[in-house]
Structure formats: structure tokens, C-alpha cells
Design a protein around this ligand. Structure first.
Ligand SMILES: N[C@@H](CCC(=O)N[C@@H](CS)C(=O)NCC(=O)O)C(=O)O
Length: 219
């Protein structure tokens, strides 16, 4: 049974899974759920994902949600190339780096949060944009401090990309979409350059997805 990924061109969490699948050279079918139009709440998708978010990964008729859980599952089933180091301390550090974006920055800027800022607190588009830029910037600043403390060699954990690099690259994708300057974050920018030189990262970028191209064709 082919691998399926319910995702969306702009979804940062789906970006992470697309990179992981590409690094492992696993072909998959992506099913678009337009989260900007509220399709995550449709009955059919609500049955697939009780959290009403993307991504959802389907393998062997089994569904997995949460990008970090999906990436760890990929590593369990298809161990090469490893996305998590074998050593316990290094694994913990890889997960810690990943969670800076996954748990502590990205959740502030997702559509449901942006919508709630407007609906519950009357925030206008400019205020919501400023909120998002703030939290993306905070994540970048944390990564800059971490990468300065332990410089990439050449990736965050060593010679090959791991979940840490995938999530740091995702943070850069957020910066790209909000047109934030990376000049203040040279270590992050250098790691990002290294990552996006790899097609697994470059091809997974939102601007390379069919949905982005269609959307921008409309403007
Ligand atoms: N922590 C989750 C994030 C899931 C999530 O919030 N996904 C966003 C897109 S990146 C979404 O579907 N949002 C829908 C909404 O906010 O209504 C993961 O890493 O998979």
C-alpha cells in the first residue's frame, strides 16, 4: 500500500515530513487539505485526524499524526539514513533542537491561533502578522544561541542531517514566508544554506509545492 500524506503546501509540519520522506527516498502521495479554507474541519478529514490539523501520515492502513512522531516512526521502520542519532545524549539533543520549533515557536503562528487572535481579541491583519513575526523571530534567536554554543559540523548533530536540521530548516521556511531577514542569525542562515543545497530540503519548501504555484497564479 503506498504511503499517503495529508498535508498542505504552506504547512510547516508537513514540510518537516516531506523532507524526512525525501531523505529516506520514500515515494508518497500527498493529499491536500486546504487549512486556510477550513477543510481540516470537514467531516471526512475530522475522521482521519481528530486534532483537525495536518499532517497525517498513512502507512499499511495505519494513521500517525504529529510531525515528530511521524519522523520517529519513519526512522523506526526505515532506519537508513538515520534521522535520529543512536547515542542517547545525542538523540536527546536532536529532539530538544527539534522541539524548539515544533513545540515552542511554530504552535503560536498556526491558523487556529491567528483566527482566535482576531475573533477573541479583535486583532487586525497587521497585529496578527506582527505577532507571528515575533514568535518566528524568537525561535530563530534561540536557534542562533544554540548553534553558536555548539557549531554545526557541518549539520547540527554532525555529518548528516537529522530531525534537528529539518526543524531548523522549517523555522527558516517560516521566516521566508513572513519575509524576515536572517542577517541577525548568521549561524542559522549558514546551516539553512547547507540544508537547502540538498534537494530533499529544497523540493519540500512551500514555494515548490503545486498549491503555492496555483495560489500565486491567482494574484
Ligand atoms: N505539532 C503539530 C502541528 C500541527 C499543526 O498545527 N498543523 C497546522 C499546519 S502546520 C494545521 O493543520 N493547522 C490548522 C489550524 O490551525 O486550524 C505537528 O508537528 O504535526
Amino acid at each position: 500500500m503506498p504511503i499517503q500524506l495529508y498535508g498542505f503546501w504552506r504547512s510547516n509540519a508537513a514540510f518537516r515530513v516531506r523532507v524526512a520522506l525525501a531523505l529516506k527516498k520514500l515515494p508518497f502521495e500527498e493529499i491536500e487539505i486546504d487549512i486556510l479554507s477550513g477543510r481540516q474541519f470537514d467531516t471526512a478529514y475530522a475522521e482521519v485526524n481528530a486534532e483537525h490539523v495536518v499532517p497525517t501520515f498513512v502507512h499499511d492502513g495505519h494513521r500517525i499524526f504529529q510531525s515528530l512522531a511521524i519522523m520517529e516512526y519513519l526512522d523506526d521502520i526505515w532506519p537508513e539514513p538515520r534521522l535520529l542519532p543512536a547515542d542517547a545524549k545525542e538523540r536527546a539533543y536532536a529532539r530538544s533542537l527539534a522541539l524548539v520549533s515544533v513545540a515552542d515557536s511554530h504552535p503560536f503562528i498556526v491558523p487556529r491561533v491567528r483566527k482566535h487572535l482576531g475573533a477573541a481579541f479583535g486583532a487586525d491583519a497587521a497585529a496578527i502578522e506582527s505577532w507571528c513575526k515575533h514568535w518566528v523571530d524568537e525561535g530563530l534567536a534561540t536557534y542562533e544561541r544554540l548553534l553558536t554554543r555548539r557549531p554545526p559540523a557541518p549539520f547540527a548533530l554532525g555529518p548528516a542531517p537529522t530531525i534537528a536540521d529539518i526543524c531548523i530548516a522549517g523555522q527558516i521556511v517560516m521566516a521566508n514566508l513572513f519575509e524576515l531577514d536572517l542577517a541577525a542569525f548568521p549561524a542559522v542562515a549558514a546551516l539553512g544554506k547547507r540544508c537547502f543545497e540538498l534537494s530533499a530540503f529544497a523540493d519540500a519548501h512551500p514555494i515548490q509545492q503545486a498549491g503555492y504555484k496555483t495560489e500565486n497564479g491567482h494574484h
